[in-house]
Structure formats: C-alpha cells, structure tokens
Design a protein around this ligand. Structure first.
Ligand code: BGC
Length: 343
C-alpha cells in the first residue's frame, strides 16, 4: 500500500509504503531518504505498538537532524579529519562533526528522493544514483536498498551497489528503537545484549584510536542481557567521552550471525539484530532533546537506541580494521535484520 507522505520544500512528492506480514506486523518506508518510518508490533491486547522514533510526514524528515530511521551513506559513522587517501589521491569530505566527517556528509543520503524500483505487501526496493564526487567520494554507484518484512517477523535490509571506480561504501540504518513504544519513556530500563567481547576505544571526538578494549569487567560488557541504564552513568572513560553509549563494538565471529538483542518487559517485545558486518555502533540517543515526533510525541534524551551495523568507524585510516574500500566493478552486498518476537 502506498500513500501520500507530503511534498518536500523543492516540490517533490514523497510516498509512504506499508508492508504487512501474516502475524499482524506492519512497517512503513518512505522514498524520501529510504527512511524506516514505522515498525508496528501487535501487543498482548492486539494493539499495534510502534517501536521506532520518527516524524509524521516528509517535512519532519527534511527538518530532522537526528537521522531517525535513516539510510546512512556513503560511509556511515566517522572519517577522521574529513579526508582520506585512496590509490594515491586525497579526497576531501564535509567536515560536519568537529573536523571529521559524520554519516557521509552533505548532501546526506537521507535528505534525497530515492527511486522506488519495486513494491508489494512484502518488500520495497529503493535506488539512489550517487555520482562520481558525491559528498567528495570517488566513483559513481547505483545503490539499491531493499526492505523486506518476512513472516518470521524480520525487517530485512539488503544493501547492494557496484561502484564504477574504487571507492568507500559503508551504509547503515539509523533507526532508534524503543520497544515500549516510540512515545514512551527513555530506554534506560529496557535490556540489551551485544555479541561482542571488545569495543573500539575512541578519542573525545569519537574517532577510534585503533585499540580494541576487552569489555570484560567494564560497563561496556553487554555479553548477557542487562538494563541499558544500569551502568550508563559510570565514571568510565568511554562513557564520559561518549556522554553515554555511542561506540562501536567488534562483533564476535564472521559472516551472517546475531549481533545484538533488546527487550522491553513492559510490552514483552524482543528484538534480535543480525548482520554480516564486523561492527555495530550502539548509540543510546544521548543527543535527543525535545524533538517533536510522530503523533504529537515529544522525544527526550535516550528515548531510543540505535543498533548501527557497520565497518568500524574510521576504518579507512586504520590498517588493522576491515573495509570499507570497494573496488571498481565489485559488489558491495550486505544484509542486516531486525527480528521481532512478542509474548
Ligand atoms: C553517532 C552519534 C551521533 C548520532 C547522530 C550516531 O551514529 O555515533 O555520535 O550523534 O549518530 O544522530
């Protein structure tokens, strides 16, 4: 189902595509920014609970600066110094986070109209042509992002692109999840688990130092489920510098596997995250401040948590980190799944 989602400042018509599965789950995706606008899960009483933060229409997404539901690219997270070298050439990017580049820089992927290639009840495929020099990155690439809602209650996001020249690619989804409902309180009482034995240490500007720090004995240890807020206020370097959780965890293992989980006792909704990527930024919405959201909700600090699957931040400057260089003619092809269950 497709409905009007409003008109952008430039006069472009945006649409909202709704997908449904046989268990009563529904999601909605817009062709503006390829953003995930809604994820509706039936609760015990059969009412639908929307578990992602967002806005009511395209104008909300145009004005928003928090990346609600956003498809982030060409390179999610940070590139130190806002530049990098590839094949002996230096490329300059937007310095939008101190002197560093955050989430690709301008023009952001989530502030553009994407083209809908296919849409039905179960999936929607969106495409974006990113030209040579886009945001400062070399090599044109047609990016394809497909959202599928399966009968196994998975929101599956598939990313694909074959660049014309060697470049960097590292897309992610920036949804903020609140499993008690987007309009409820902060997520500090909800539980999370991250399948990682170490995280990447970062400086005061969130640029990794290159070191991997074991989570054992630290507040970064999410190897078993625990309340998100239990240790968030600890006087621990990473939490002080990040103003809460805003770090990349080095996921255990390789290939497609579980990365994380989240649970709300209040609704009984559980989410499991799966990916084939090496890292995940777990960000607890530390910088949300009185943001006007869907249906009149006002979102506050830590009202949602992001599970941003990715190559490690600043990997282009760290030999020991994998990615995110993709060679000309080679496929960038990756999948992340958010799978839901409820009592
Ligand atoms: C970053 C945060 C940033 C946020 C923007 C996250 O991916 O790690 O530092 O503030 O995106 O909403």
């Amino acid at each position: 189902m497709k409905r009007d989602f409003g008109t952008t400042a430039k006069g472009e018509q945006a649409f909202l595509y709704t997908l449904k599965n046989k268990n009563g789950m529904e999601i909605a995706v817009s062709d503006y920014g390829a953003v995930l606008v809604k994820v509706l899960i039936p609760d015990k009483a059969g009412n639908l609970v929307d578990v992602v933060l967002g806005y009511d229409d395209v104008n909300g997404y145009e004005a928003g600066t928090l990346y609600f539901g956003a498809t982030v690219g060409r390179v999610a997270n940070r590139i130190g110094g806002g530049s990098f070298e590839l094949n002996g050439k230096t490329y300059m990017l937007t310095q939008n986070d101190n002197k560093n580049t955050l989430h690709g820089g301008t023009p952001y992927y989530d502030k553009r109209m994407w083209m809908v290639e296919e849409a039905d009840e179960g999936h929607v495929s969106l495409a974006l042509h990113s030209p040579d020099g886009d945001q400062g990155f070399p090599g044109a690439v047609d990016i394809h992002v497909t959202y599928t809602l399966t009968d196994e209650n998975e929101v599956k996001i598939h990313y694909h692109g074959i660049p014309e020249a060697d470049t960097l690619l590292n897309l992610t989804n920036h949804s903020y999840f609140n499993l008690s409902g987007h309009a409820s309180f902060d997520v500090l009482g909800q539980e999370a688990m991250i399948c990682a034995d170490a995280y990447t240490r970062a400086d005061a500007e969130s640029i990794p130092t290159g070191e991997l720090v074991p989570v054992d004995g630290t507040p970064m240890d999410f190897r078993t489920m625990k309340p998100i807020g239990r240790e968030i206020g600890t006087d621990y370097e990473a939490l002080v510098l990040g103003q809460g959780y805003d770090h990349n965890w080095a996921l255990r293992g390789k290939g497609y596997r579980q990365a994380a989980a989240m649970y709300s006792e209040q609704t009984g909704i559980e989410m499991k995250v799966y990916t084939d990527l090496p890292g995940m930024q777990f960000y607890t919405g530390n910088f949300i401040e009185r943001e006007n959201g869907k249906g009149g909700a006002i979102y506050g600090k830590r009202q949602g948590a992001c599970f941003e699957t990715q190559f490690f931040p600043d990997a282009v400057h760290k030999e020991q980190f994998e990615g995110p260089v993709v060679k000309a003619g080679e496929a960038y092809d990756t999948v992340t799944v958010y799978q839901f269950s409820w009592e």
